[in-house]
Design a binder for this molecule. Structure first.
Ligand SMILES: NC(=O)c1ccc[n+]([C@@H]2O[C@H](COP(=O)([O-])OP(=O)(O)OC[C@H]3O[C@@H](n4cnc5c(N)ncnc54)[C@H](OP(=O)(O)O)[C@@H]3O)[C@@H](O)[C@H]2O)c1
Length: 316
């Protein structure tokens, strides 16, 4: 019999869930066993999790019966949805509703829901400062997650609402790194003026989530925001310059220009950066670095993250 409490981790082969799964697996004497969810149990990442001691199970978020099976007998779960796989807030809402109902049916004792602000609480749809997208959102990949918080409350699921931050790993994987300008120097685009961007090493999100589970019931019902550091674009450019050994300038593109960049999701991200800029005090206050470090003593600063990862940032 497994004396440990099973935590079902969605996205276990990815950034957030992967950080949590590996943090719990490294904690060999800890109270939790990992049930890692993937759509492909034969993938390299899934096999690595199994080799590290996880129970690896197959489930697709869009398959309610598979989600129920993945939660069967578990103590808790880490729930994250994957907006950039489909760009549909409606699909995220449907997935979150399914997760909340399955968590209730399984009688889970602690769920962490990876959420973000519903920006419409700060800016109504008729507010002209930024365009309304997809008919009823300002920042679709934020708003749907925030709206979905209510599903967990309505279902009576014991939930901690985890407000995540911009991953510094976006500089490697999401095209957010500095780009060469005509003069050969590097430009780091961040459409936020002098406002501060709460950022975090993606693996630290999972480690903070592990810290939340370790606190037991203490943080159930609470919203916990996490970040490794709050930095301005100029400060990030200076850290990048130090790590890369090249001049890096902060390029403060206006959000309206960023929205027109034309890549998929540029309008959503332009609105997101504007929201973070225009409501910067609230956005930063919701993400305490001190509290994040208390949950995860290994929490990295941007400089520490760069020391380990700068060589992986594509500069082309
Ligand atoms: N990038 C940022 O700065 C940032 C910041 C805050 C929040 N977010 C949010 O983070 C979310 C993504 O999380 P992440 O970065 O951890 O994801 P990720 O690294 O892109 O992917 C995580 C894993 O999820 C699994 N997955 C994808 N679709 C699935 C489905 N339909 N059913 C079951 N599993 C599925 C995939 O595993 P398999 O292939 O093994 O099935 C994938 O490896 C997004 O919604 C985004 O809005 C991102």
């Amino acid at each position: 019999m497994n004396a440990k409490k099973i935590i079902t981790v969605f996205g276990a082969t990815g950034a957030q869930g992967g950080g949590l799964a590996h943090s719990m697996l490294e904690d060999r004497d800890g109270p939790f066993a990992v049930r890692a969810v993937t759509r492909d149990t034969a993938s390299t990442a899934a096999r690595a999790l199994a080799a590290a001691g996880a129970e690896v199970v197959a489930a697709d978020l869009d398959d309610a019966a598979a989600v129920e099976r993945a939660l069967d007998g578990a103590f808790g779960a880490y729930f994250v949805t994957f907006f950039w796989a489909h760009f549909s807030p409606e699909r995220e809402l449907a997935e979150a509703r399914c997760l909340a109902q399955a968590a209730r049916a399984a009688g889970l004792e602690h769920v962490i829901w990876s959420t973000l602000e519903d920006t419409r609480r700060w800016m109504s749809l008729d507010d002209p400062r930024m365009p309304t997208l997809m008919g009823k959102y300002k920042v679709p990949h934020f708003d749907a997650k925030g709206e979905a918080d209510q599903y967990f409350r309505d279902a009576g699921v014991p939930t901690t609402f985890l407000l995540t931050s911009f991953y510094w790993d976006n500089l490697i994987h999401f095209g957010s790194g500095p780009k060469p300008a005509a003069d050969g120097k590097l430009d780091f685009v961040l459409p936020m003026g002098n406002a501060r961007l709460p950022g975090i090493a993606a693996e630290d999100i999972g480690r903070c989530a592990h810290g939340i589970f370790r606190r037991g019931a203490e943080l159930i019902g609470q919203t916990v925001g996490i970040a490794g550091e709050h930095l301005t674009g100029a400060e990030m450019a200076a850290e990048l310059a130090r790590a890369l050994g090249r001049e890096v300038r902060h390029l403060d593109v206006p959000p309206e220009v960023y929205r027109g960049f034309g890549f998929p999701g540029a309008d959503d991200l332009g609105n997101m950066f504007q929201f973070k800029r225009d409501f910067n005090a609230d956005f930063c206050a919701a993400r305490s670095v001190e509290r994040s470090r208390a949950l995860n003593p290994r929490l990295q600063t941007f400089a520490q993250w760069l020391a380990a990862n700068a060589a992986r940032i594509p500069l082309g």
